[in-house]
Design a binder for this molecule. Structure first.
Ligand SMILES: *Cc1c(COP(=O)(O)O)cnc(C)c1O
Length: 447
């Protein structure tokens, strides 16, 4: 249907019908009859086309999109270079299976990942399909290399929905409820959440490390797996110094420090990877979401000696490193370089922090505005008790949707509005989206 349409030229909202419109509602009824209800939908407007911070639905409504498909389309939903690379590769071949008859683009993606990830040491990469699959493989590799089994993850962490990664994910509803049993040798320990725990980096690290020592034993630890900024947990930025302390501890025991940069990677936080902000050099790093302009691809990148410990055939899968996805990744990473996406993300940070901070100053229920780059959030909580306010948060998100601005909620307590705009969003479009958020907050949040 949308194949004949050129990329949308629009940069501003159009509200043609009530949200959702009649055509979307019709499709939503078809969805209810055909699609498992386990597959939820945040906003049932059905998409006709999408570009740089703009989504047009089939009823002619045009939305400002501050979610990028959960932080995936940083380069835009129909980036011209990605589109051309995908079309060209699809005409040559869509699949051969790299493990059977390989092709160059897979190698090129790995070379680029080895180059852009933190650390100047020799690295290798392996490609997969989804974020969860990358995390699973990082765990496999860490166990193989260390000969140990225990994996430490943090409270409020999110690592995916497969069985192993559900076990690593903190939040029960909706991710885990009724889906157990979960895999053994996963230990979830306190992390650092300054707004809620009030701890310094040293205090938080001491608690986590002493729990590892007492409950697991450093010599049994294979890896500590952390998100440098916790995404689904609520865009939680740990106290500066907490992550370096964990990394140093992991190394002192012979365990690996693994950064899950699936949401925070690829220029999202104003650096190529969020780890760089604190000079962290992870032993392994998992990537996905922003890697390929919307095509499904993920990776594990890490120290050559660690990656080389796995036997041939131990890593892979039928579709892993699909050639169309690899072509898209090369184009997306090239665009991020050429367009200095890190600078664009910092520019977005300036605009978003400015507007959200002024909203916070006017409304005590905004407990905190936090984040870096194009990964910014605000947490709603009772002013004194800091009791989470999920109903108000859901109300604000829903009102934004009805006024044509797509925002996502997040957080262990579902009380955080998160912004993940594409780097390619025109600044006027960003301003428009943020102004609507402010208007909604002024209307619905108490002073
Ligand atoms: C989204 C996400 C995952 C899972 O990625 P999928 O592609 O959905 O499997 C894992 N870790 C983090 C930090 C994520 O944000």
């Amino acid at each position: 249907m949308s194949i004949a349409l050129p990329p949308t030229p629009l940069v501003s909202r159009v509200l043609a019908t009530l949200i959702p419109g009649p055509k979307s509602s019709e499709l939503h009824a078809r969805k209810a009859a055909a699609v498992s209800p386990g597959v939820g939908v945040t906003l049932p407007i059905y998409v006709a086309r999408a570009s740089d911070g703009i989504i047009e639905d089939i009823d002619g409504n045009v939305f400002v999109d501050l979610g990028s498909g959960i932080g995936v389309t940083g380069v835009g939903n129909a980036n011209a270079q990605v589109v051309a690379a995908v079309a060209e590769q699809a005409q040559l071949f869509t699949h051969t299976a790299f493990a059977v008859t390989p092709y160059e683009s897979y190698i090129r993606v790995c070379e680029m990942l080895n180059e852009v990830t933190p650390g100047a040491h020799e690295k290798r990469s392996a490609l997969f399909n989804s974020g969860a699959e990358a995390v699973e493989n990082a765990v496999k590799i860490a166990r193989k290399f260390t000969g140990r089994q225990a994996i430490v993850v943090l409270e409020n962490g999110y690592h995916g929905r497969t069985n192993l990664t559900m076990g690593m994910t903190a939040k029960s509803m909706p991710f885990k409820d009724g889906f157990g049993p979960f895999a053994p040798e996963i230990y979830r320990l306190p992390g650092s959440y300054p707004f809620r725990d009030g701890r310094t980096a040293d205090e938080a690290a001491r608690i986590t490390i002493s729990r590892i020592e007492k409950e697991i034993g450093g010599s049994s630890l294979a890896a500590i797996v952390v998100e440098p900024i916790q995404g689904e947990g609520g865009f939680i930025v740990p106290a500066p110094g907490f992550l370096p302390a964990l990394a140093e501890y992991a190394r002192s025991t012979g365990a690996l420090f693994v950064a899950d940069e699936i949401q925070s990677g690829f220029c999202r936080t104003g650096d190529w990877f969020a780890s760089e902000h604190e000079g962290l050099v992870p032993d392994l790093i998992t990537t996905a979401k922003g890697i390929a302009g919307g095509m499904p691809l993920s990776a594990v990148t890490g120290r050559a000696d660690i990656m080389d410990s796995v036997h041939a055939g131990g890593l892979g899968g039928t579709y892993t490193g699909n050639p169309v996805a690899c072509a898209a990744a090369i184009a997306a990473m090239t665009w991020m370089n050429q367009s200095t996406a890190t600078e664009l993300a910092r520019q977005i940070e300036g605009v978003a922090l400015d507007k959200l901070t002024s909203a916070r100053d006017a409304h005590e229920v905004i407990g905190e505005v936090r984040g870096r780059g194009a990964m910014i959030a605000m947490e709603f909580a009772q002013p004194d008790s800091r009791e989470p306010l999920p109903d108000l948060t859901a109300r604000v998100a829903r009102e934004c949707h009805e006024r044509g601005v797509i925002v996502l909620t997040t957080g262990t307590y579902a009380n955080v509005i998160r912004l993940l705009p594409p780097f390619s969003i025109p600044l006027s479009t960003l301003h428009e989206g943020l102004d609507v958020i402010r208007e909604v907050i002024d209307e619905f949040a108490p002073q």
